[in-house]
Ligand binder design. Sequence first.
Ligand SMILES: NC(=O)c1ccc[n+]([C@@H]2O[C@H](COP(=O)([O-])OP(=O)(O)OC[C@H]3O[C@@H](n4cnc5c(N)ncnc54)[C@H](OP(=O)(O)O)[C@@H]3O)[C@@H](O)[C@H]2O)c1
Length: 277
Amino acid sequence: MIVWVTGASSGLGLHTAEALRAAGHRVIAGARSFATERVENGNAYLPLDVTDPASAEAFATRARALAGSPEALVQCAGVLVLGSCEHTPLEEYRRVMETNFLGMVRMNQLVLPLMRERGGGRIVMFSSINGLLGVPFQSAYTAAKHAVEGYAECLQMEAQAFGVQVCLVEPGDHRSGSSRYRAKVEGMAGTPYADAYRQTIAVIHHDETHGSDPAALGRKVAKALSRRHMPTRLRIASPDQHLAVWLHDLLPGGLNGAILRDYYFNEKKARAYAGEG
Ligand SMILES: NC(=O)c1ccc[n+]([C@@H]2O[C@H](COP(=O)([O-])OP(=O)(O)OC[C@H]3O[C@@H](n4cnc5c(N)ncnc54)[C@H](OP(=O)(O)O)[C@@H]3O)[C@@H](O)[C@H]2O)c1
């Protein structure tokens, strides 16, 4: 299959692109840090900024010239910002929405006509457990991933008639993400949220650094992409993260919020994890 992969320079996108190549697919990988074009054994690395219409167009044009129309698009590009709802600047919300949500919409609009023309295709969008439940101090990211979840359900229904399958990947914590893409709102230490924020950051950092194997996730995504019928949702998470989603859907909101606050606003854990970086 000819597969375009966005956000393929780091983390889960990098591992997914590697697994796809290992499975014999021809991968056209895109990211901003692929500053110049590189082609190796039919696979390509092209510059791509999903927030920039000209860059996305240029990527699509070059990718088609190199390998023809895509049979699949795997969208991994994403950024995160950590800060309170009160202090996260609107500009940061915009940046995260532009990358994590509108960037996906943009890339889908580029491939959908091509997939319709060839009578079908596959679109895989990286959401997150945060696309299903909220987590303190990750509101921009959580809002963007919730947008992706709702959008993908609409797309699934619309595109099915044209043979285009859509799959949402919902990872839990994986040991992959680069701190480069986890911006922190400045000055949180001087706000009334300081303790809760510090505790939450320690827990988030711990959970990610002790998270699941990113290479295994890449292989699962590659396997799902090769199935005759892709799943509409592929949740790749630890048992307690599965449980958190299940409880979120089952429990009253107040109780669910209390459980999550207890989990994140926890001085004992924050002290134990202090030193982890
Ligand atoms: N890691 C986890 O535990 C986890 C959990 C749940 C969901 N996810 C999701 O999985 C995906 C990958 O996350 P990650 O944490 O593994 O990776 P990461 O290390 O944070 O890498 C982010 C990737 O996105 C790319 N990117 C950022 N802005 C971009 C833009 N404007 N245009 C094109 N590419 C852009 C980056 O490449 P350049 O900077 O080179 O452009 C990089 O390849 C994201 O969608 C994330 O939300 C990750």
